[in-house]
Design a binder for this molecule. Structure first.
Ligand code: GDD
Ligand code: MN
Length: 376
């Protein structure tokens, strides 16, 4: 009998498809081939496929994945263009596989594929509904930055995670877990898909607390390339909490953007006051300096907070980001004044017209910034 597909590499490929390993990637070209090899040797006796979900990496990760897929069609590629995010990449993977079980795993070798089989077994036998590889369970170990991370994670954040999910978890931010695809698909409609807290999101979305089993892991060092996530874990928790409660009314990112804007008003007033009172500047100069000061502050805080998942980091990018942010704000200000004036002329009370102007200006600022300052 000839194999169903001649590009399948070995007889193991004739096993029925059981496990999809979803690898979200952003610039992981050199990590892919060795990782697929490690997965292959870890999964003897199991029918598997690897789903590389790449967000149009600039280093040619998708091309490398296609090259691997040509030699071994257990490797599949989803290249997304114009979309970003670890969570949404994982969701893309859930939706794209026929395998009854799914694992999500980092592509940079920090997660050990040898845990896949024990994790799969625990879920298959019903011992757990979700298997989570934990950096902080008894017997786990981590390298690099993870120690201070652990300090921060214990305490308030962990309590919050417990409240959110109803589940006791030693590592709610783990990026390495396995569950039945059916379970994932049931939860997908309720997920926010923002940021990188996909596991937390899955657990918090389930009506009944899911049965979780922790697997202590040896969290290795990244093999090549650099980390794309920052360590503002508390922030991600708070954003997650907000998202679950009000995210459908006012999107999290817009709420952050608006809060930053409101803080900018305070900064503006402080600068203006200081220049007028202490420096003796004219109002025009004071107002101009305060406007630029506030915009710079807003740019910085938005880059730090609102768009932390797309943060501009190099000096050149920060400079151009700052310049285009100021341009975006000017357009927003124009929309603000135009709309407010028009409403006022039609007889709307001044304060109300001003508020509507501010609201419309903010939406413009937000839309332009998302697209042109922190877009790709
Ligand atoms: N498709 C896609 N899109 N993949 C992404 C994106 C994105 O926007 N951002 C990151 N990735 C991929 C990376 O290429 C890597 O394979 C994986 O997601 C994890 O990214 P890293 O940049 O290596 O994350 P980390 O090592 O800093 O963070 C780890 O610890 C976090 C908890 O502190 C990961 O395990 C996270 O999942 C975990 O939440
Ligand atoms: Mn990593």
């Amino acid at each position: 009998m000839t194999p169903a597909n001649p590009t399948r590499r070995d007889e193991a490929a004739n096993l029925p498809l059981e496990l999809a390993i979803i690898l979200p990637t952003l610039n992981e070209r050199d990590n892919l081939a060795p990782l697929v090899e490690r997965i292959e040797s870890a999964l003897t006796g199991v029918g598997w496929e690897v789903l590389v979900v790449d967000d149009n990496s600039s280093d040619g990760t998708a091309e490398e994945a296609r090259r691997l897929a040509k030699n071994d069609n257990r490797v599949r590629v989803i290249q997304r263009i114009g979309r970003r995010g670890l969570s949404s990449a994982a969701i893309e993977g859930f939706c794209a596989t026929a395998a009854p079980y799914c694992a999500v795993m980092d592509a940079d070798h920090q997660h050990d594929p040898n845990l896949l089989i024990p994790m799969l077994l625990s879920v298959k036998t019903g011992e757990a509904e979700v298997a989570v590889a934990s950096r902080f369970a008894e017997g786990a170990s981590t390298q690099e930055w993870d120690r201070p991370d652990r300090e921060r994670l214990s305490g308030a954040a962990n309590a919050l995670a417990r409240k959110l999910t109803g589940v006791e978890l030693s590592d709610p931010m783990s990026g390495y877990f396995l569950l039945p695809t059916r379970t994932a698909m049931r939860l997908v409609p309720g997920l926010s898909g923002i940021g990188f807290k996909i596991l937390l999101d899955l657990l918090a979305t389930s009506d009944t607390p899911l049965k979780v089993k922790d697997f202590p892991m040896q969290f290795g060092a990244r093999r090549s390339g650099e980390s794309k996530l920052d360590r503002a874990i508390a922030l991600d928790f708070l954003a997650g909490l907000y998202d679950k409660s009000f995210g459908r009314v006012i999107p999290t990112r817009f709420a952050l953007f608006g809060t930053v804007g409101a803080l900018g008003v305070l900064v503006h007033m402080a600068i203006l006051y200081a220049l007028l009172v202490f420096v003796g500047a004219s109002f025009t100069w004071g107002q101009t300096a305060a406007t630029f000061g506030a915009m710079t502050f807003n740019f910085w805080l938005n880059n730090f907070l609102t768009y932390r998942d797309r943060r501009l980091k190099t000096a050149g990018k920060v400079f151009w980001g700052w310049a285009s942010f100021i341009a975006a704000c000017s357009i927003g200000a124009f929309a603000n004044v135009a709309v407010a004036t028009m409403l006022h002329e039609r007889g709307l009370y001044e304060m109300l017209a001003a508020l509507v102007g501010i609201a419309i200006g903010s939406v413009w600022n937000y839309a332009l910034s998302s697209r042109f300052v922190w877009g790709r």
